[in-house]
Design a protein around this ligand. Structure first.
Ligand code: NAP
Length: 255
């Protein structure tokens, strides 16, 4: 399978799962717009890695919670590569706060970075895909927590639950344009977002024990799913979520 001549935007693309997705799509020969928020050095290193794969990429500083910045990502893709074929709404944050202690500021931030960004990222990318013709793919990195409550992380669950319905509803709305909208729902993945668990041997042991496959995912294992969804083999998948969770959602071992 190849994504030759395709152009992908990956939000939160210079770290964790987003970085692995950028590399996987480049490995499949797509050109990549890497969205980053604060770390141009990591982005430049990733651009070099992608160049070594024989593909082109550009890093674009954009805060995905701002609509103007999402437009900037699409404009950068069009001006550098002429089009947008794949939009990966990956950027995300969590506060690990409960319904009793989440502040208005925390609530707004989690909703804006996870959900508002995916909503308007979908809108702005889809408008460009419709304008250029030929369909497209929108891939939302959600979570098992689009469906599975996580006490102590309420706003995050709300945002991912919203992404679940965004995926389903936008998938139906955009189907006549052959723009496929699919969610990828990871379980626990070894990335910076999980550093507190990864650095605590007792917590990590408890987590691994709750996962039927016995370990966290590597970011590349999520990126592989995205690579598949971006390609021809996934031409009949839309308005749904693929869970890559090592079986944890159906595990009988509690966390
Ligand atoms: P990560 O390494 O912390 O990556 C999050 C990315 O989002 C970073 O690149 C971060 O940029 C970026 N970001 C945050 N706020 C942003 C903003 N306002 N504008 C642009 N980019 C922003 O964590 P990750 O695990 O790879 O997470 C990626 C996605 O996977 C998230 O949506 C997360 O909810 C989801 N997910 C992760 C897991 C897991 O276990 N790791 C499980 C399920 C779902 P900076 O580094 O510059 O802040």
């Amino acid at each position: 399978m190849t994504l030759k001549d395709k152009v992908a935007i990956v939000t939160g693309g210079n770290s964790g799962i987003g970085k692995a997705i950028a590399l996987e799509l480049a490995r499949l020969d797509a050109n990549i717009v890497i969205d980053y928020l604060v770390d141009p050095t990591a982005t430049e290193a990733l651009e070099r890695e992608i160049a070594e794969l024989g593909d082109q990429s550009i890093g674009v500083e954009a805060d995905v919670s701002k609509i103007a910045d999402l437009q900037k990502l699409v404009d950068a893709a069009v001006s550098r590569f002429g089009r947008v074929d794949i939009m990966v709404n990956n950027a995300g944050i969590e506060t690990r706060t409960s319904v009793l202690d989440t502040t208005e500021n925390q609530y707004n931030k989690v909703m804006d970075v996870n959900l508002k960004s995916a909503f308007f990222g979908t809108q702005i990318a889809a408008r460009q895909m419709i304008k250029q013709g030929g369909g497209g793919r929108i891939i939302n990195i959600t979570s098992v927590h689009e469906d599975w409550p996580m006490p102590g992380n309420t706003a995050y669950c709300l945002a991912k639950g919203g992404m679940r319905m965004l995926t389903r509803t936008a998938g139906l709305e955009l189907a006549p344009h052959n723009i496929l909208v699919v969610g990828v729902g990871p379980g626990a993945v070894a990335t910076p977002i999980n550093l507190s668990t990864m650095n605590d041997p007792a917590k990590l042991k408890q987590l691994d024990a709750a996962i039927p496959l016995g370990r966290m995912a590597r970011p590349e294992e999520i990126a592989n799913v995205v690579g598949f969804l971006a390609g021809d083999g996934a031409s009949y998948l839309t308005a749904t979520t693929i869970f890559a969770d090592g079986g944890i959602m159906h595990s009988s071992v509690g966390l």
